[in-house]
Design a protein around this ligand. Structure first.
Ligand code: ASP
Length: 567
């Protein structure tokens, strides 16, 4: 016996007159004097069942699982439901069996007003709704499309360890204690970075994996502790070869979900241009509203705030602002670190005609100005640009993919005063700039690139260092002694010293990508069982304390709350 002949959403007029078995969940029940109408649902849709009260229909409640056998009938013309794919037919039930009952529900399936923690606590119910069905199926289709593309391009899927040494991707590691070696820990891989490089050195010249990565970072709309990435690495390649493969993978995923893909090649923008025009290394290029510079024009200004600032930058916004509106923006930008936000029309009386002219503000528009360091001006105006574009509805409904290239290799860590990597310490400097004084890496550019979609950073990659001396120079620049470098990365230095081909790769966050594909505002909607911002899983209740005896087996003891380091 099969549980069903056909899925609920598949019944059509062509089935009229056939005796069929369907099975699914009770979506709704409506009683109409002797007759009971039940919408039976599965992931393909709903079909209307018509039952007599005497068939036991009164027992049915929402989310009961039932099997019904009956004849498919055409609905009377005035009963046709044009909003339902099965709306022209119904099943006249001859026999009905309740396969499973449901307790009263915490919420109705498909109710989009339910608070998210409740949705996650009862994720199995939430999953029955259209939104999660669509997202999880789209995620699968996108990953299949990516895998097909990678396979077609000759990449092989190689499994790399989750439990490893710390991989420096800029986040904290999750640690795994080891019972066999108490007091020692594995780190969960923040990415397969070094393993994929070792594969290249091992002669496997096209590697990929849909790799799970673990990073102990604060959770956000686009971040979970664990996530997947399309991780790839190629030997004997240059930047454009890697970008080309990534673009093919993106297009493969678009096609697999039935969406029209973005045009290739994706445009490039340099890191410097992204920072100066958009104040961000992941600019949203769906709209212009570029940051402009009036530093030169205001150097000799009578208006000291402008004349004495390291730089004067501004946005031209197609709107005039009332005093109250301006004050609200000032408050907002102060939260982002600005000392002030000048409305040009308010300070115009202190400026000369030529200064005003240099701003070039058209009638009906306003200039909002920040006079500060380049970093603060970029940061504040970058955020303000996004805020105003959203508020003034200036973001068109298009998709813009682009590459950000030519990043600096190092950045200065303001807290420690040390130089640290911009991407990760295995990124190669640009050809010709492989030698620098370890204390003077300001001008060294890296062969690092990021992929951005509508302001979301989808992923990063780089051409890697394949020369052991350059790798050692990077470690020294980061303040590591030779001993430290050997103890942490001795295996990599050994491998690089034994015939490493030129190589490079990329990693793209799957959940971020699919969230964008699905038009979702955060990646929790793409993850079957995500965690909430406190870092817990409302469904299983994890993480949980462990009995002391269990911890002791791994050689660890939990500190009391008051002894924990302050966050
Ligand atoms: N390992 C890097 C990351 O996870 C990606 C790469 O450089 O290939 O971001």
């Amino acid at each position: 016996m099969s549980w069903r002949d056909i899925q609920c959403g598949e019944l059509r007029p062509e089935h009229v007159g056939r005796r069929l078995t369907v099975a699914g969940w009770v979506d709704t029940r409506r009683d109409h004097g002797g007759l009971v109408f039940v919408d039976l649902r599965d992931h393909t849709g709903k079909i209307q069942l018509v039952l007599k009260e005497s068939d036991g229909a009164h027992e049915l409640r929402n989310e009961f699982v039932v099997q019904a056998v009956g004849e498919v009938a055409a609905r009377a013309p005035d009963a046709v439901n044009p909003n339902l794919a099965t709306g022209e037919v119904e099943l006249q039930v001859e026999s009905l069996q309740i396969l499973s009952r449901s307790t009263p529900l915490p919420f109705q399936v498909g109710d989009d007003t339910v608070e998210e923690t409740t949705r996650l606590r009862y994720r199995w119910l939430d999953m029955r709704g259209e939104r999660m069905q669509r997202n999880l199926r789209m995620s699968h289709a996108a990953v299949s499309g990516i895998r097909r593309t990678m396979d077609d391009l000759g990449f092989i899927d190689i499994w790399t360890p989750a439990m490893t040494r710390g991989t420096p991707e800029g986040a904290r590691d999750f640690l795994v204690p080891v019972r066999l070696q108490p007091g020692k820990f594995f780190a969960l891989a923040q990415s397969p970075q070094l393993f994929k490089q070792l594969c290249m050195i091992g002669g496997l010249d096209r590697y990929y994996q849909i790799a799970t990565c673990w990073r102990d970072e604060d959770l956000r709309a686009d971040r979970q502790f664990e996530f997947r990435q399309l991780d790839l690495e190629m030997a004997f390649v240059e930047r454009e070869d890697v970008l080309d493969v990534m673009e093919a993978a993106v297009v493969g995923a678009f096609e697999a979900v039935g969406k029209s893909p973005p045009r290739r090649p994706f445009p490039h923008i340099s890191y410097d241009e992204a920072m100066s025009k958009y104040g961000s290394d992941k600019p949203d290029l769906r709209f212009a509203m570029e940051i402009q510079d009036a530093t030169g024009a205001t150097r000799g200004s009578e208006f000291g705030v402008f004349a004495n600032a390291p730089c004067v930058r501004y946005l031209v916004v197609p709107k005039t602002f009332s005093r109250a509106e301006h004050e609200r923006l000032v408050a907002l930008t102060k939260e982002w670190g600005a000392k002030g936000l000048a409305l040009l029309s308010q300070v115009a009386k202190f400026l000369s005609d030529s200064e005003l002219e240099a701003f070039g503000v058209p009638e009906g528009s306003s200039a909002l100005c920040v006079a500060d360091t380049e970093e603060v001006a970029a940061h504040v105006l970058g955020l303000l640009r996004l805020h105003l574009a959203r508020e003034l509805d200036l973001v068109p409904d298009t998709d813009v993919f682009h590459w950000v290239v030519d990043f600096p290799l190092f950045k200065h860590d303001e807290e420690t005063g040390a130089w640290t990597f911009m991407h990760h310490p295995f990124t190669a400097p640009t050809a010709g700039s492989e030698v620098w004084e370890p204390g003077e890496p300001h001008d060294v550019r890296g062969q690092h690139y990021d992929l951005v979609w509508n302001g979301w950073e989808l992923g990063s990659g780089s051409i890697r260092i394949h020369d052991v001396e350059v790798q050692e120079r990077v470690f020294t620049t980061m303040g590591m002694t030779d001993e430290e470098a050997k103890s942490k990365f001795g295996f990599l230095l050994d491998a690089l010293a034994m015939g490493a081909p030129p190589h490079g790769g990329f990693a793209m966050g799957i959940e971020r990508f699919v969230a964008q594909l699905a038009g979702e505002p955060d990646i929790r909607q793409i993850v079957a069982f995500p965690k909430v911002s406190s870092g817990s899983d409302p469904l299983t209740g994890a993480p949980t304390p462990m009995p002391e005896a269990v911890l002791a087996e791994s050689g660890i003891r939990a500190l009391p709350q008051e002894d924990l380091p302050k966050a």
